[in-house]
Design a protein around this ligand. Structure first.
Ligand code: SF4
Length: 164
């Protein structure tokens, strides 16, 4: 067996840890603009984020593992976003919520960051202005799949994410 593949027990342990992580996400909503209205809608009882174990927002980065960046990010705000990201413990995931966050959207100007992946690594992009709640739930499920596919260091090979 390849050393990178890990053993049966460690790989099952890795799967179990990934399963627990994907069903217990603690979002930190970094809300700056109008997409925040849609975030509130998604967080309401109708869409029931509790089904995904992701309903309880944490307003301290140290208690959160999913950074939800919601709305336009200006260059003035960029260092704050980076600082919040750096204060979160590993493992952590970043979701870009709305086209402004993904690419700057139609704010193609000197004041707006043209996509938060220029500042921090992003795991999931949700397009739309604002995105429909169904698109947000779809992104959440895709992030869960990504977390499930991740390997714990105990199980052998680990792919490190690039750091900015
Ligand atoms: S994507 Fe649209 S709704 Fe969201 S912050 Fe930008 S302009 Fe506002």
């Amino acid at each position: 067996m390849n050393a990178d593949q890990g053993g049966f027990i460690t790989s099952r342990l890795s799967d179990g840890i990934a399963w627990a992580r994907k069903w217990s996400l603690f979002p930190y909503p970094f809300v700056t603009a109008c997409c925040g209205m849609e975030y509130m809608s998604v967080s309401s009882a109708h869409y029931d984020l509790d089904r995904f174990g992701a309903a309880w927002p944490r307003f301290s980065p140290r208690q959160a593992d999913m950074l939800l960046v919601v709305g336009t990010i200006s260059h003035k705000m960029a260092p704050v976003l980076k600082k919040v990201y750096e204060q979160m413990c590993e493992p952590k995931w970043v979701v870009a919520f709305g086209v402004c966050t993904c690419t700057g959207g139609f704010y193609d100007n000197y004041a707006t960051v043209q996509g938060i992946d220029r500042i921090i690594p992003v795991d999931c992009y949700i397009p739309g202005c604002p995105p429909r709640p169904e698109a947000v739930l779809d992104a959440l499920m895709k992030l869960q799949a990504k977390i499930q596919a991740s390997r714990h260091p105990l199980a052998g090979s680990v792919v490190e994410r690039p750091r900015n």
